[in-house]
Write a protein that binds this ligand. Sequence first.
Ligand SMILES: NC(=O)c1ccc[n+]([C@@H]2O[C@H](COP(=O)([O-])OP(=O)(O)OC[C@H]3O[C@@H](n4cnc5c(N)ncnc54)[C@H](OP(=O)(O)O)[C@@H]3O)[C@@H](O)[C@H]2O)c1
Length: 212
Amino acid sequence: MTRTGTGPLTPDELADWYAAPPDLGSRPWVRAGFITTLDGRTTGPDGRSGSLNAGSDGDHAAFDHLRAWADVVVVGAGTVRAEGYRPLRGTALAVVSSGEVLPETLRGPAGPDAGEVVLVSGHGRTLGAREALDAVLAHGWRRVVVEGGASLLASWLAEDVVDELCVTVRPVLAGGAGPLLVPPSLSFADLRGTPTHLLLWGGDVLVRTVLR
Ligand SMILES: NC(=O)c1ccc[n+]([C@@H]2O[C@H](COP(=O)([O-])OP(=O)(O)OC[C@H]3O[C@@H](n4cnc5c(N)ncnc54)[C@H](OP(=O)(O)O)[C@@H]3O)[C@@H](O)[C@H]2O)c1
């Protein structure tokens, strides 16, 4: 049954709406957190997600909640470079790259409350999703949130390592050639996903869809 409702939600209500399955034990749970337009674009006119989630209180609330829930946030190096990621407060950050060094904004000393930052390197090649995830889990982290970008998500969806999508749908069109939430190169034998909630918050719809 799909839960439906209307925001804004309090932090406690958000935790309830986004509660992970209670019986996971030591099994990892992988969530992908994204914002998309009606035409499935993950970037707006500025070529980044900033022009999509500007003014979206619901997306900001869900994004912050997922980061606070996570042991580790996983992100592609392209997103780090585009968005100028800095170390996260209290949550670890794992950066996936074919290269051998962290993007510039993540090098050097971090603040006292900064979470650990690790590079998951393919050493000159593209990493498969399973091997990237295994490298992340080897640190002992179990609550995993993938924040993007679309290239990284595509490979994680292709290898079926994502348990759940937490997507904000901004009901606008972007057009153009920005990255799609799911690229045309990826097709599934069946329609994927079971929606577990639809939350109308401001002008956006926050959708949670379990993939298994
Ligand atoms: N709408 C949203 O929620 C959302 C979320 C995140 C990002 N974005 C936007 O999306 C754009 C970036 O998209 P993108 O598809 O280029 O992002 P991306 O996946 O973060 O970046 C691609 C780069 O990440 C590294 N990478 C990704 N997958 C890899 C793999 N399997 N193995 C090794 N390296 C891998 C590679 O970096 P190297 O070149 O270092 O090898 C690759 O060039 C940005 O403009 C950002 O603002 C939107």
